[in-house]
Each structure stands twice: as structure tokens, then as C-alpha cells.
Design a protein around this ligand. Structure first.
Ligand code: HEC
Length: 144
């Protein structure tokens, strides 16, 4: 058996798999970076109540897979249309409107609302692959 063709074959395989893996992780890094502001917004404003300990009737926002499931379910997030997405509607309601989120007072900053609406407008993309667990960031926002 000639060794050289085998070695060449193995080398080619190695280079190819390295390229594929590299490409994959670069793609994921880009997806993670694009999603980061949305994740931060949810972690600062929603995950406190919509995490693991939520009521069963509440939409689950505890990780990226759960968010993806909401998008697939329909109604919660309509890619391309923030105004038709319940997740954005409840955030854009005025304080006194029943169902405004968070229910503790509508203290979400304007730029954070913008992050959510732009993400939906641009197709509501959630990083593929391994699910990202959302953590609670800071106190639940309250309007004094
Ligand atoms: C202080 C706790 C709390 C926080 C913070 C909170 N929610 Fe909620 N959310 C609730 C509760 C409780 C319900 C169930 C209310 C009901 O069924 O009337 C709910 C229900 C919802 C619903 C479904 C009800 C509907 O009207 O469609 C959506 C969508 C929602 N929340 C989105 C959000 C988003 C987005 C955020 C972050 C910006 C958020 N919530 C932050 C407690 C919270």
C-alpha cells in the first residue's frame, strides 16, 4: 500500500474539516454579536419574571431556544413586523394600559424598545446551534 496518497488524503480531510469548523464558529460569533443587544434588553427587563419560575400561562423567555419557539409558535414575534408582535406590543403600551410590560411600571428605556423593534424588523434572528441561557441582569425596572 502506498503511503503518500493516504497521507495526502488525510491532510486534505484535516484542512477541510478545520475550514468548516472555523467557518461555523465565525458564523456563530457573528450571530451572537448581532443578537447580544437583544439578549441584554431581555435580561434587564423581562427574564426576572419570564424565566424558569414563571406562571405556565406566561411566554417563556428563559433561553434562546425558548425565544425561538415563541417565534415559531406565531403571534408573539412576527419577523419583519414589530407592530404585529405581541412581545413588542406589550412593551410599547403606555403605563396605564392593562398588559403593559413589565407590569411593575413601564420603565423601559426608549433605546431598549428600539433594540427590540429593530431586531424584529430585521427578521428576529436567533443564533442557531447551542441554546444561550438568559440570566437576570439587575433589578426589575420600575417607574418609581
Ligand atoms: C414583574 C414581572 C414581569 C416582568 C419584568 C415582565 N413580565 Fe411579561 N408578564 C408578567 C405576568 C405576571 C404576565 C401574565 C399576565 C397576564 O396573564 O395577564 C406576563 C405576560 C406577558 C405576555 C403575555 C400577555 C399578553 O398580553 O400577551 C407577554 C407577551 C409578556 N409578558 C412580555 C414581556 C416582555 C417582553 C417583558 C420585558 C420587556 C416582560 N413581559 C416583563 C410578568 C412580567
Amino acid at each position: 500500500m502506498k503511503l503518500l496518497p493516504w497521507m495526502a488524503f488525510l491532510l486534505a480531510l484535516f484542512v477541510l474539516s478545520a475550514c468548516v469548523l472555523q467557518d461555523d464558529s465565525a458564523e456563530r460569533q457573528a450571530e451572537l454579536a448581532a443578537f447580544a443587544p437583544v439578549q441584554t434588553m431581555l435580561e434587564k427587563n423581562c427574564v426576572h419574571c419570564h424565566g424558569d419560575q414563571r406562571l405556565s400561562t406566561m411566554p417563556s423567555i428563559h433561553d434562546s431556544k425558548a425565544l425561538d419557539a415563541l417565534i415559531r409558535e406565531g403571534g408573539w414575534v412576527t419577523p419583519g413586523k414589530p407592530e404585529a408582535s405581541r412581545l413588542y406590543q406589550v412593551v410599547s403600551f403606555a403605563d396605564q394600559v392593562p398588559g403593559a410590560m413589565p407590569p411593575t411600571g413601564h420603565a423601559i428605556r426608549r433605546d431598549e424598545k428600539h433594540v427590540l423593534s429593530e431586531w424584529i424588523r430585521k427578521g428576529a434572528k436567533v443564533p442557531r446551534g447551542r441554546s444561550i441561557r438568559f440570566v437576570v441582569r439587575g433589578e426589575i425596572p420600575r417607574s418609581s
